[in-house]
Design a protein around this ligand. Structure first.
Ligand code: SAM
Length: 322
């Protein structure tokens, strides 16, 4: 089968412009899921009026944000401007989160530029007294850069903040526990590490080495998207910090990984992107997942019919409804 991939849309403005004519949402508009209660919104995360329109008075348990950093959008902007902008969407997020809720923010740290914007973002967050810091998760990428004169850069950071006292459910990896000989006295009995275990597998902790970065051979790959987070990473956050039926937010949706993860885990998701093309990709990704059980487009792309005249070749499947 011929591979109909799409180039990175941030580097191909001509194609992005062409795709705009296939988009159901215009800036400011919201798509309401006819099957469940998800919403996909073409709104600016920093605009409090637009975010209020999206929320319609509902409050979320969890927000997972992955803002653009070190990307075209901020190439010409200073760290100061970036942080000023972050303050705005942290304000809209805070208003959209309930009293006992969790906030995760994926953020880069440029090792060639004072590790920005991570340190200034952390300092800025201290102004938001309603949020307390909980952890920094580091996820290991498989691909890296800068191997000859430096340690290969393979890390992605995710900051974890909480409001109040939210739910937290311990998660486990697929990696079997092998540590033996770690003794501890429990109720007067000397117990060995594996006897005390709640699981045969180890916990991920806050350094994740077991998540595969998305690449073109994976089912969940969405051609055209350039910043896709692995479903496994988002599902781990959702499972730890929400319950079934809870509302999960993502104001920088892009490929819609948070939406698909929420759908699979029976959470409701309000997801936004200020670009109509990514909103359309998210709607199509959800529709395709429901129809064919596919989480992405491994050998094709969300616009294969319009761009290449290629019909869908997957067989429809019956997914369990919730
Ligand atoms: C790093 S990507 C997010 C990737 C996403 N986590 C995924 O797994 O696909 C950032 C996204 O934020 C969107 N964006 C940039 N500025 C925005 C704003 N002010 N409001 C909403 N979305 C914005 C961009 O269009 C881009 O798609």
């Amino acid at each position: 089968m011929k591979n109909h991939s799409l180039p990175r849309l941030d580097e191909n403005e001509a194609i992005r412009q062409k795709l705009l004519s296939f988009c159901r949402l215009k800036p400011g508009e919201i798509w309401r899921d006819p099957k469940r209660e998800h919403k996909i919104a073409c709104v600016d995360a920093a605009d409090s009026i637009q975010v209020q329109e999206l929320m319609e008075g509902e409050l979320a348990t969890l927000a997972i944000h992955d803002p653009p950093y070190n990307l075209v959008a901020f190439e010409t902007r200073s760290v100061k401007e970036f942080i000023f902008w972050c303050k705005k969407w942290i304000t809209t997020t805070s208003a959209a989160l309930g009293d006992n809720s969790s906030l995760y923010v994926w953020l880069g740290a440029d090792q060639n530029d004072g590790f920005q914007p991570l340190p200034d973002f952390m300092i800025m967050m201290r102004e938001f007294r309603e949020f307390s810091s909980r952890s920094i998760i580091t996820m290991r990428n498989q691909r890296g850069y800068g191997t000859q004169k430096n340690w290969m850069a393979v890390r992605q950071e995710c900051l974890f903040y909480v409001k109040g006292n939210p739910i937290f459910t311990v998660q486990y990896t697929d990696i079997p526990k092998v540590l033996r000989g770690y003794y501890k006295e429990i109720n007067g009995k000397n117990t060995e590490n594996l006897e005390r275990s709640k699981s045969e597998n180890i916990r991920p902790g806050n350094v994740w080495v077991d998540v595969q970065q998305v690449f073109y051979r994976m089912d969940e790959n969405v051609n055209g998207c350039y910043a896709q987070k692995p479903l496994k990473s988002i599902e781990r956050l959702i499972l730890a910090s929400s319950r079934e039926g809870d509302l999960v937010l993502d104001f920088f949706g892009h490929s819609g990984s948070t939406l698909i993860a929420a759908e699979r885990l029976k959470r409701k998701c309000f997801i936004a992107d200020n670009d109509p093309v990514y909103c359309e990709i998210m709607i199509r990704r959800l529709e395709r997942f429901r129809r064919y059980g596919k989480t992405g487009w491994q050998n094709s792309n969300p616009f294969q019919q319009e761009l290449h005249g290629v019909e869908e070749t997957e067989q429809p499947v019956l997914l369990e409804l919730w």
